[in-house]
Write a protein that binds this ligand. Structure first.
Ligand SMILES: Cc1cc2nc3c(=O)[nH]c(=O)nc-3n(C[C@H](O)[C@H](O)[C@H](O)COP(=O)(O)OP(=O)(O)OC[C@H]3O[C@@H](n4cnc5c(N)ncnc54)[C@H](O)[C@@H]3O)c2cc1C
Length: 667
């Protein structure tokens, strides 16, 4: 075990980034034309990075497995993006955004990175507005804000319930400008299957053309991985079906340390699981918690009657409802952070108060908001003495304007009208705070291999606050990486083009082909999904919302066993040299089967509870997470040594000089 050097610049917190930008080496415009950068992933982080690097003059090659960068998982983001603009005049500042994020992450993130994130957050909004992103506006034309969990200000900018889509269109337009200029060469439907190292430096990738099945070599002076999160290790999650860990995991196997794999975010407001044949879960945006109130019946017999279909939620009076978040956390109420809200929902359901057939659902109710908005709308539109029906209609119109597409989505999936009866929600896997370890410059432990967006271990510590993933991805892509990578590339101005005709490319390509051959020739009996579902069940039951040492130990054994079985008995139909989605899935699930074991191993070594990592052995009498700052105030970064069981842990000790370590409280 060794300590990692995070390369945080010296000086006062608020001056570090400016100082660093002034200190690091630059590449002059003429030399940038001689430097090639590979960007794998064109979601918000990769798209922003690629467009900016090309705008600066580098030659960029981008890769994504979808048919267009526009289809990256980032498109799914609904609720919004944070920035400390203080447009509401409610006391926001860079420091407050920094403070909220570090506290929200349960004091397990790197101070200097988080402060930088807050510092550039305002620039992101300006940049996106300049691109034409249609953020919601107030009546007077100024950009509107709403609130997300874990904060006491309104700093979330949004575009209805489609913020990710609109931001991605902005980044994609910026990319397209460069594609048109010939500065970006975009490879869609291409999957990176390995990283090529020459003399210890990342110099290229091996990719598969997913349409023709052809294996290709691509070289560059640096490689940026912006390949998203690994929540699908749980099989069921709110992530896009294709989201995977392969690019990051392949880099990990080549020497990039993987940090805090066990830090997973379970989002409290998702549509509950409906059955065994489901392959995806749907998020109901956290923005709904601005107006929706979460509750379960106060009495067990009422919960049971509801489950049996003998009682409707609308028949219960206010007195008969337990608004448990408002009761337990009066200061933050329904807007406590996600980990806190998820655990509270689980606690109520485990105690027998769940409201759907499986007993794993709570209500998210808009009735009070509809009445409140109805009254306001009646006043502002001059409707005198409105009756209840008119008030309800006016209120529903306001709710529709704010969240219409989310309500429509809910109704389509559940077949119930959420304007008339409360939504049913339950926590689901949503985001992964762990990822490739990066230093302050976003460089992994492999020289020349950078990592941005959800794929890195990021700025969110043990729990991410809502609307901060888009902020981090775009901060990394537009404002951080384009500077820091120049410092590294300034050594490469005389290197000249990197040839793909080298023994290193040859050897890596051979390994990729051997792996594919192994998949195609196993001729086993079980589908890839069979293994993925089994892995997901182990992960959810033993490494999910709450964990304990005994379960984690058995998860490690079970996953290792499942992996062995996979390699002996998986069946992949079709051919290798053609479009073959089962083959694509096989590679991804094989990597999940390794990651899953490391995940459990990481959760087992962390003998404390923090943020989304809740170890049952370490909790307060009220059931809150109990940190151990004396022994676990570090990021755990794992080095690959041939198998997850052999992985060696290195640590980055987290230093808190600008924020006082406290027990996190939202009361
Ligand atoms: C339903 C939902 C709603 C959300 N809402 C919000 C929100 O309101 N606010 C917020 O801040 N966050 C939100 N998030 C989180 C946020 O959307 C993501 O964290 C963020 O978009 C990730 O962006 P990214 O660029 O890092 O990765 P992604 O958008 O996942 O992009 C990954 C890219 O990598 C490519 N890729 C992956 N592997 C390979 C490979 N091996 N080879 C080639 N290409 C590869 C993909 O093709 C894709 O282009 C939400 C998440 C979900 C699931």
């Amino acid at each position: 075990m060794s300590s990692l050097e995070s390369k945080i610049p010296s000086g006062p917190l608020a001056e570090k980034w400016t100082k660093h930008k002034n200190d690091i080496d630059l590449v002059n415009p003429a030399n940038k034309r001689n430097i090639d950068v590979i960007v794998v992933g064109t979601g918000l982080a990769g798209g922003a990075a690629a467009a900016t690097l090309a705008e600066l003059g580098y030659n960029v090659k981008t890769f994504c497995y979808q048919d267009s960068p526009r289809r990256a998982h980032s498109i799914a983001a609904q609720g919004g993006i944070n920035a400390s603009k203080n447009y509401q005049g409610d006391g926001d500042s860079d420091y407050r955004l920094f403070y909220d994020t570090v506290k929200g992450g349960d004091y397990r993130s790197r101070e200097a990175n988080v402060y930088r994130l807050a510092e550039v957050s305002g620039n992101i909004i300006d940049q996106c507005v300049a691109q034409g992103v249609p953020f919601a506006r107030e009546y007077g034309g100024l950009l509107d804000n709403r609130s997300f969990g874990g904060v006491l200000v309104s700093r979330t900018f949004y575009a209805k319930g489609q913020t990710g889509q609109q931001l991605l269109l902005g980044a994609y337009s910026a990319m397209n400008r460069q594609i048109n200029r010939g500065k970006i060469k975009s490879y869609t439907r291409h999957e990176m299957l390995d990283l090529v190292l020459i003399d210890g430096k990342a110099r290229g990738i091996i990719a598969r053309d997913l349409v023709t099945g052809e294996i290709e070599r691509h070289a560059g002076h640096a490689v940026v991985l912006a390949t998203g999160g690994y929540g699908n290790v749980f099989f069921l999650s709110t992530n896009a079906m294709g989201s995977n860990v392969t690019a990051a995991w392949r880099a990990h196997r080549r020497g990039a340390y993987f940090a805090n794999p066990c830090y997973t975010q379970i989002h409290p407001t998702c549509i509950p699981v409906s059955g065994d044949h489901q392959s995806k879960l749907t998020l109901m945006s956290e923005s709904l918690r601005n107006d929706g109130r979460i509750w379960v019946p106060k009495r067990l017999e009422d919960a049971q009657a509801i489950r049996e279909g003998k009682l409707k939620p609308t028949e219960l009076t206010e007195d008969e409802r337990d608004y448990y978040l408002e009761r337990r956390y009066p200061a933050f109420g329904n807007l406590v952070p996600r980990d806190v809200a998820s655990r509270a929902a689980k606690e109520r359901c485990d105690a027998g108060f769940g409201v759907n057939k499986t007993g794993e659902a709570v209500y998210l109710d808009f009735a009070a908001a509809i009445q409140r908005y109805g009254k306001e709308k009646a006043l502002t539109s001059g409707v005198k003495d409105p009756d209840k029906v008119t008030l309800t209609q006016l209120g529903e119109e306001v709710i529709e304007a704010k969240y219409g597409n989310l309500f429509q989505m809910y109704e389509k999936i559940v077949d119930e009208n959420p304007y008339k009866t409360p939504m049913m929600i339950y926590p689901a896997v949503h985001y992964t705070m762990g990822g490739l370890w990066v230093d302050y410059n976003l460089q992994t432990t492999i020289k020349g291999c950078y990592c941005a967006g959800e794929a890195n271990f990021s700025d969110h510590g043990a729990n991410r606050l809502g609307a901060s993933a888009l902020m981090q991805g775009l901060a990394d892509g537009y404002f951080v990486l384009p500077y820091t990578i120049g410092d590294y590339l300034s050594d490469d101005i005389r290197t000249g083009p990197i040839s793909t005709d080298s023994p290193e490319f040859e050897a890596t390509e051979k390994e990729v082909l051997e792996r594919i051959n192994k998949f195609m020739n196993t001729n086993g009996t079980h589908s890839v999904d069979y293994y993925h579902k089994k892995l997901g069940k182990i992960m959810w039951n033993k490494c999910g919302m709450s964990r304990n040492a005994e379960d984690l130990k058995s998860a490690i054994d079970e996953i290792a066993e499942l992996r062995k079985d996979f390699w002996e008995n998986v069946n992949i139909p079709g051919e290798e040299g053609q479009f073959n989605q089962e083959l694509e899935k096989a590679g991804r699930v094989a990597d999940f089967l390794e990651l899953g074991e490391l995940f459990a191993k990481d959760a087992l070594q962390r003998n404390e509870s923090c943020g989304g990592h809740f170890r049952e052995e370490y909790q307060t009498p009220e059931g809150e997470a109990l940190r151990d700052d004396e022994n676990f105030k570090y990021a755990a970064a794992w080095e690959f040594k041939g198998a997850p069981s052999e992985a060696v842990m290195h640590i980055e000790e987290l230093v808190f000089e600008n924020i006082e370590l406290k027990t996190r409280s939202y009361k």
